[in-house]
Write a protein that binds this ligand. Structure first.
Ligand SMILES: NC(=O)c1ccc[n+]([C@@H]2O[C@H](COP(=O)([O-])OP(=O)(O)OC[C@H]3O[C@@H](n4cnc5c(N)ncnc54)[C@H](OP(=O)(O)O)[C@@H]3O)[C@@H](O)[C@H]2O)c1
Length: 287
C-alpha cells in the first residue's frame, strides 16, 4: 500500500488551508482543534490557539501541545483561516481587535458564536474579508457534531469548502441559509441537552421498574443511537418506523398513548420554538 493510500485509510485529510488560528479555545474550540488534529489536517506548525487568560493558554500548551497566546496580534500576518469560538459576549471585542490591525485582507473568518450574524460581523470588521457563520454542537467532542454553515458577502464556494472540511473533521456539515440559524441554534446547538433530559427520563422509567441505573442508562443510550441510525440509514419517516414496532394490543402502543396523553409531541416542539426565540435575542445589546 502506498503512503497516500495508507493515510486515506487512516482517515487522514489534507487541509485546503495553510495556517489556522482558533480564537477562543475553550470547550468548543478545543474540540474542533482535537478533531482537526485527529485527521492530521493541522500540526503545531500550522495551528495556533488563543484564550483570554494566560492561565488558559498555559493549559492549552500543556494538554494539546500547540502554541497558544493571550495576545495573538503577531500571529495574524501568516494566518489564512481564523475560527472564532469565544462566548457571544466576547465576539465584539475580538472583532474590534481584528479591525485594529494585523488581519490580512483575504483571511477567512469562520465564527461559531451563537447570535453573531454575518451582517454584524462584516460591519464590525469593515473590511472585504470573507466571513462564514457556523452553528455546531457539543457532540463535536466525539466526532458527531451537526454543523450548518452560511457564507457572507465576500465568501466564495472555495471558502465554504474550507469551512465544510473543518467541520467535517468533527461530524456532519451542511450549508444552510442564515435565516434558519436561530432554529438551528435551538435544534442542534441546544439539542443535545434536550436529548440528555429525555434519556434521563427514560432511564428513570427503567429504574422504576427495577433496572439498575447504569444498566438502564446503557440500554437507553444504545437504543437512541440505534433508532437515530435507522432514521439516517433507512431514509424512512420516523412515524413509519414507529408503526413497524407498534403491535396491535402490544406494549408499545400503551406507552405511546401515555406519552401523547402527556402532550410529549407539543412539549418538545414548543421547547424548540422557545429556544429559537431566545436565540434571536443572543448577542443583542441590552437596552
Ligand atoms: N457549548 C455549546 O453547546 C455550544 C453549541 C454551539 C455553539 N456554541 C458556541 O461556541 C462558543 C464557545 O462556547 P464554549 O462553550 O466553547 O465557551 P468556553 O468554553 O467558555 O470558551 C470560550 C473561550 O474563549 C476565550 N476567550 C474569551 N474572550 C477572549 C478574547 N477576547 N480573546 C481570545 N479568547 C477569548 C476563553 O478564554 P479563557 O479561558 O481565558 O477565559 C475561552 O477559552 C459560544 O459562542 C457558543 O455560542 C456553543
Amino acid at each position: 500500500m502506498g503512503k497516500e493510500q495508507a493515510k486515506q485509510q487512516a482517515g487522514v485529510v489534507k487541509a485546503n488551508f495553510k495556517k489556522l488560528g482558533v480564537i477562543g479555545a475553550g470547550v468548543m474550540g478545543q474540540a474542533l482543534i482535537q478533531g482537526l488534529m485527529r485527521k492530521q489536517m493541522v500540526t503545531p506548525n500550522t495551528l495556533w490557539a488563543a484564550a483570554k487568560t494566560e492561565a488558559s493558554c498555559q493549559k492549552i500548551r500543556e494538554t494539546l501541545e500547540i502554541p497558544a497566546f493571550s495576545n495573538y496580534s503577531a500571529q495574524l500576518a501568516d494566518t489564512d483561516v481564523l475560527l472564532l469560538c469565544v462566548k457571544p459576549t466576547g465576539i465584539k471585542g475580538v472583532l474590534e481587535k481584528l479591525k485594529a490591525g494585523g488581519l490580512k485582507p483575504d483571511t477567512l473568518i469562520i465564527s461559531i458564536v451563537a447570535g453573531a450574524t454575518i451582517e454584524t460581523m462584516e460591519s464590525a470588521l469593515g473590511s472585504q474579508n470573507p466571513v462564514i457563520r457556523a452553528m455546531t454542537n457539543t457532540p463535536c467532542t466525539v466526532g458527531q457534531a451537526m454543523t450548518t454553515i452560511c457564507g457572507g458577502t465576500h465568501a466564495t464556494e472555495a471558502h465554504l469548502a474550507i469551512a465544510q472540511q473543518i467541520f467535517e473533521a468533527v461530524g456532519v456539515c451542511m450549508p444552510l441559509d442564515e435565516t434558519h440559524f436561530n432554529a438551528v441554534t435551538s435544534l442542534a446547538g441546544s439539542g443535545p441537552a434536550y436529548v440528555f433530559l429525555i434519556m434521563e427520563a427514560l432511564a428513570d422509567g427503567g429504574v422504576r421498574v427495577g433496572l439498575p441505573r447504569d444498566a438502564a442508562l446503557r440500554i437507553v443510550a444504545q437504543t437512541l443511537l440505534g433508532a437515530a441510525t435507522m432514521v439516517q440509514q433507512s431514509g424512512r419517516h420516523p412515524a413509519a418506523l414507529r408503526d413497524d414496532v407498534t403491535t396491535p394490543a402490544g406494549c408499545t402502543i400503551g406507552a405511546l398513548l401515555t406519552m401523547e396523553d402527556g402532550k410529549i409531541r407539543s412539549v418538545l416542539a414548543r421547547a424548540v420554538e422557545e429556544a429559537t426565540k431566545i436565540a434571536g435575542n443572543l448577542g443583542k445589546e441590552k437596552k
